[in-house]
Design a protein around this ligand. Sequence first.
Ligand SMILES: *Cc1c(COP(=O)(O)O)cnc(C)c1O
Length: 341
Amino acid sequence: MQELVRKNIRALQPYSCARDEFRGREAHVFVDANESPFNTGYNRYPDPLQEEIKSLLAPIKNVHPDEIFLGNGSDEAIDLVYRVFCEPRVDNVVAMAPSYGMYEVCANINDVEYRKVLLDENFHLHADAMLSAADDHTKVMWICSPNNPTGNDMDRKEVKRLLDEFPGILVVDEAYIDFSSLRSLRELVRLYPRLIVLNTFSKAWASASVRLGIAFAQSEIIALFNKVKYPYNINLLTQQYALDLLRNSEKIQRWTNDVKREREIVVPALKEVKCVVKVYPTDANFVLVKVTDAVRIYNYLVDRGIVVRNRNNVQLCGNCLRITIGNKEENNEVLGALRSF
Ligand SMILES: *Cc1c(COP(=O)(O)O)cnc(C)c1O
């Protein structure tokens, strides 16, 4: 494992914040952090390791608290993967394509070569192709399942092969796993020391605006993330919000079921629309649809106040629109507009 970590990160002496040093002891006078003594509710620095959130999240996700990293969105965890493992201009990563744009943007920001391996025409992953693209400097592989923007789960057999045969870090982004019938891979981090699984509060958990992403990995990787992250990366407002959601988490399952039920109505309805050429199978809360003329239909929908995602310029997604499953009224409006195109 340590072989895969950048030398400067291995040697890094992390910033030790006032709250780190005090942890675990009793005190009633806090004059260690140059905070204001005036109680606004927010005058103290927050817990840098968000331990209360992790203790409530761990049983829900069926992992141990020290297998959890919380970030300012999944995007923070994605960026940390590069900063911890990839030496700029030396190392490279291999990623399935098309997939989520942030993997490539963060590679470019960190000056790390990004090697794309196209899915097949049915958007299936082939481990052989990923392994062939790798060399001695490939530190990381990116898998997204269910995949954005295609919507489908990646074949478990292929992902397992990468877990067994790729000697670097395998990241599986499961932002949409709650909408899939497959079981999350996060419980496998106990068996695979080089596996990182990403989840988020942004999709099924209905909390995109608070920016809270989750990475699951063995404690050795989590410790590396904690060492490199900004000390107080999750602010107290977000932590309080998350605790409240976790204490009332039964509604998340209800929301997820509602979206899945709507998906079962929207997908067959889309197949009957004249300007729809193909509806790709989806395991997510959105559906990729090939239409007769994506640019014209996109603009037509915008004129009616409806915004979908135009994926026309994405490899393998010519003339495709990505449509999120909304509530019943929203879905009916989208379907009605498409029918009258
Ligand atoms: C939406 C999405 C995320 C979530 O990102 P956040 O920064 O947590 O909001 C992560 N991965 C993929 C593939 C996504 O589509």
